[in-house]
Design a protein. Sequence first.
Length: 451
Amino acid sequence: MGKTCSMDPEKGFHEVQIEDNIEVILCKRKIELYNAVIEEREDFTVEAEVLREVTSTKNTILHVAAKSGKTKIAKKIIALDPSLLHERNSKGNTPLHIAASLGHKDMTNFLFSQHQHTTVPLLKITNESNETALHGAVRNGHNTIVKKLIEKDPSMTSLRNKDGESPLFIAVDRGFFDIAEYILDIEECFEYRGSKGKNILHAAAIRLDESNLFKLSTQDFLTCKAVVSFLREVHHDLYAIRDSFYQTKIPKHILDKREKLNITKIDFMEKVIDKFPKAITEEDEYGWTPLHYAAYFGDEILVKLFLDRDISLAYKQNNEGMCALHISAQKGHVEVMGMFIERCPYTSQLFDKSHRTALHLAAESGNTKALKIFFQNRKFAFRDLVNEQDDEGNTPFHIAAANGNYALLMSLADVRRMGGAVNKKGESILDIIKADNQLMDDEKVSIQILK
């Protein structure tokens, strides 16, 4: 390190480290340069010695320019050092990643047009999450940029990130069905998988938002009032329910950017199934097929579509042994339950890993209509299941009694005669009712269902 002498009025002559002074000067100049980029000053100039300086997050001055969205300064920087095009920050993002993710169209177009300066294809460079610029553009709903990137290199549509998510999956998971429809039409797109073993159909069953982005079909008009009534009844925000499956919340400004489509949601789903026929039968890491999710949300239209395509899906059981009827019964989706019982009656006999039938789960739901539908349907030929005991020895009506659903029990008294089964605690249904301290003695006497 070089040294020189400097005179201090109080301390006299002392040695000063020349390189220390240079570092201070360079640091100040770097700050000035970054501010000039951010403020888009026309008098911007840059010296070679500070051009490759980086921030604490390893952003180069070209990263900062990419964030600004203005191309004039970026052109000056690249003219001095084209290699900055593929420099990565602490997250592995190149300037192109940043511009595409932020939706800066002109900057994105300019950056990927500079491919002559690089030996590595800019569009194929991935960050720490193994994502290309396309992934970021899709995730943030930048439709125009997505199309431009794909036009340059359609094969990018089949690249998956570290979580296993393809651009197509991300588009559906984020609710950008307009982008998803565009990607579906790309011949080079053969990747439809996502995270946690899910695929595009799983994501669609979760993210389809009651047709408000799609052209309405006749069936949509018929079910629209029922959907509104359901939402009012359960007092749930639909997006919050759907987000819970991914533990992610789609920001409102992202939702507002989504464009309406000129196809129905069934048209979209059929388009997906036609291109990726295996997707309909695939299970995620929880053993759920797309049909399981459609049943969970009570989506009659999707359930019908899936059953029309492959009736055997109704008999698939997830990691907990639950088929789609179990799930719809647990959630109290009466119309969907009716569809399964009518078209696939033997699903009523399937047991989950706790030896529960769908009838047990209907009783657990507390929904009288959900329980009644088993007995009202002419194809319910398995009435012996009312006395079927789960792993704890409870029949469906033990469960109903334990949950205090006495009105439900009484409403079914004329349908069949209660059995005298006791659970593993030695309790009969009457024992459970008698032990309920919330009931007055005269109320207990008035319950006649066990006589």
